[in-house]
Design a protein around this ligand. Structure first.
Ligand SMILES: NC(=O)C1=CN([C@@H]2O[C@H](COP(=O)(O)OP(=O)(O)OC[C@H]3O[C@@H](n4cnc5c(N)ncnc54)[C@H](OP(=O)(O)O)[C@@H]3O)[C@@H](O)[C@H]2O)C=CC1
Ligand SMILES: [Mg+2]
Length: 334
C-alpha cells in the first residue's frame, strides 16, 4: 500500500514566489533566447572534470562557490580561454532571489590556475558530498549529473550523428529524436518485523556501516514488485506490506532516483538467508542499537565494533530515523 507521509509545507508558505520561480525555469527550458539573456545575469556553479568548486567554511564544512556569469566570463578571458565555453553551461534552477542558476565544466583549463582565479578548490563529489549543507548538496549533485549526461550523450544512438542541445541543456536532439537526462529508479526500504529493523552491508561500504536494502527497478516492475524481488533475492524474506516515505536524487555511482519506503515482514518469518554475492552481511538490529548508532557522528576507530549508519544526506538515514521515532512513540504509547 502506498501512503504519502510527508507534507509539502514549504510550498504552501511561499506559494506565489515558488510558482513564479518554477514557471521562470520552465520558460528558460523552452525559450533559448530567454535562457541566453538569463545566463548573462545568472549565477554559475563551476566544475572541473565533474568535481565541484567548493570553499571551506570556518566550521570545517564545505560550501559551493556561486560566481556571477559576468565574473566567469572575465576569468575565462583573462586565462585566454574560448568565451564560447559559456555556451556549454547548463541550467540547474533559480535562486530564492529569482536569479537563474547554471553549471559549467571547465575541464580544459588547468585546475590549479582555475582554482586561484576563482577562489576555491575543485573536490571530488564523493569526498565532498557529505560535508556540503543539506540545502545545497542536491543542487551540486544535480549540476554534476546534468554535466555528466551531456558529456556522455554527444551522439545519437539511432543514427550515430552528433546531437544538438537546447540553450538550457534540458534536452539533446537528433532530427526528430529527443533525448532527456536519464535517471535509474531505485527502491530503498527499511524492513521491520515490528520490533527490529533489517540492515545490510555491501563489501564496498566503509567499515562498520550498514544501510537499508536497495535495488534498481527492472523494466516493467512496480515499486512494490521491485522491493519484494530485491528483499527476496538479497535476504530470502517475503514482504507483508510496503508504504512510501519520501524520495531523493542520488548522484552515486551515476544518477539514481531513490524511492524510499518502509516495509514489514511477519515476525514469524524473519530467518535471513543472505545472498553473499550481493551483500557481505545483513542483520536484524534492535531499537536501542539503532538509536545509539544514530548518535554516532564519525566512523568507529579501526578495530572497534559498533554500528555506523549512512550520513544524514542519504535517504537511508532518513528512513532509519523515521523508523526509530515511530518505534519510540509506539513504546511510549503516543
Ligand atoms: N541514498 C541512500 O541512502 C542509498 C543509496 N543507495 C544507492 O542505491 C543504488 C542501488 O543499490 P544496490 O543495492 O547497489 O542495487 P542492486 O541491489 O540492484 O545491485 C546493484 C547491481 O544491480 C545491477 N543493475 C541493474 N540495473 C542497474 C542500473 N540501472 N544501474 C546500475 N546497476 C544496475 C548491477 O549488476 P551487474 O553489474 O551485475 O549488472 C549492479 O551491480 C546504488 O547505486 C547505491 O548507491 C544504496 C543505499 C543507500
Ligand atoms: Mg541491493
Amino acid at each position: 500500500m502506498l501512503r504519502p507521509v510527508r507534507t509539502l509545507a514549504p510550498l504552501s508558505r511561499c506559494c506565489s514566489s515558488f510558482v513564479s520561480r518554477m514557471r521562470f525555469v520552465d520558460r528558460l527550458k523552452r525559450d533559448d533566447g530567454a535562457c541566453a539573456a538569463a545566463l548573462q545575469s545568472g549565477q554559475m556553479f563551476l566544475f572541473h572534470r565533474l568535481a565541484p568548486l567548493l570553499q571551506r567554511t570556518e566550521r570545517g564544512t564545505l560550501r559551493p562557490v556561486a560566481r556571477r556569469t559576468s565574473d566567469v566570463q572575465s576569468i575565462l578571458q583573462r586565462l585566454g580561454s574560448d568565451p564560447a565555453l559559456l555556451e556549454q553551461s547548463v541550467l540547474i534552477g533559480c535562486s530564492q532571489q529569482n536569479q537563474a542558476q547554471f553549471c559549467l565544466d571547465i575541464g580544459e583549463v588547468d585546475q590549479v590556475v582555475l582554482e586561484e582565479a576563482c577562489g576555491g578548490t575543485f573536490i571530488d563529489l564523493k569526498k565532498s558530498f557529505f560535508l556540503l549543507p543539506a540545502a545545497e548538496a542536491p543542487l551540486v549533485a544535480k549540476g554534476q549529473a546534468l554535466l555528466r549526461w551531456h558529456q556522455t550523450s554527444g551522439f545519437c544512438s539511432a543514427t550515430g550523428r552528433p546531437t544538438q542541445r537546447n540553450r538550457a541543456g534540458s534536452q539533446r536532439v537528433c532530427s526528430d529524436i529527443i533525448y532527456y537526462p536519464k535517471m535509474s529508479p531505485v527502491v530503498i526500504a527499511l524492513v521491520s518485523d515490528g520490533k527490529r529493523c533489517l540492515l545490510g552491508r555491501q563489501a564496498s561500504f566503509p567499515r562498520g556501516m550498514y544501510s537499508a536494502l536497495a535495488g534498481f527497478c527492472d523494466m516493467g516492475e512496480t515499486l512494490e514488485e521491485t522491493l519484494s524481488r530485491e528483499v527476496a533475492e538479497e535476504v530470502g524474506l517475503e514482504l507483508l506490506s510496503v508504504s512510501y516515505s519520501s524520495s531523493q536524487h542520488w548522484p552515486f555511482p551515476h544518477s539514481s532516483f531513490m524511492i524510499g519506503c518502509h516495509a514489514t515482514v511477519s515476525p514469524a518469518h524473519t530467518q535471513l538467508s543472505v545472498d553473499q554475492s550481493e551483500l557481505e552481511d545483513a542483520r536484524w538490529f534492535s531499537l536501542e542499537e539503532v538509536v545509539t548508532a544514530l548518535q554516532v557522528k564519525a566512523p568507529p576507530p579501526r578495530g572497534a565494533a559498533g554500528l555506523w549508519l549512512p550520513p544524514k544526506h542519504a535517504i537511508a538515514n532518513r528512513l532509519i530515523s523515521e523508523w526509530a521515532e515511530r518505534q519510540r512513540r509506539s513504546l511510549d504509547g503516543d
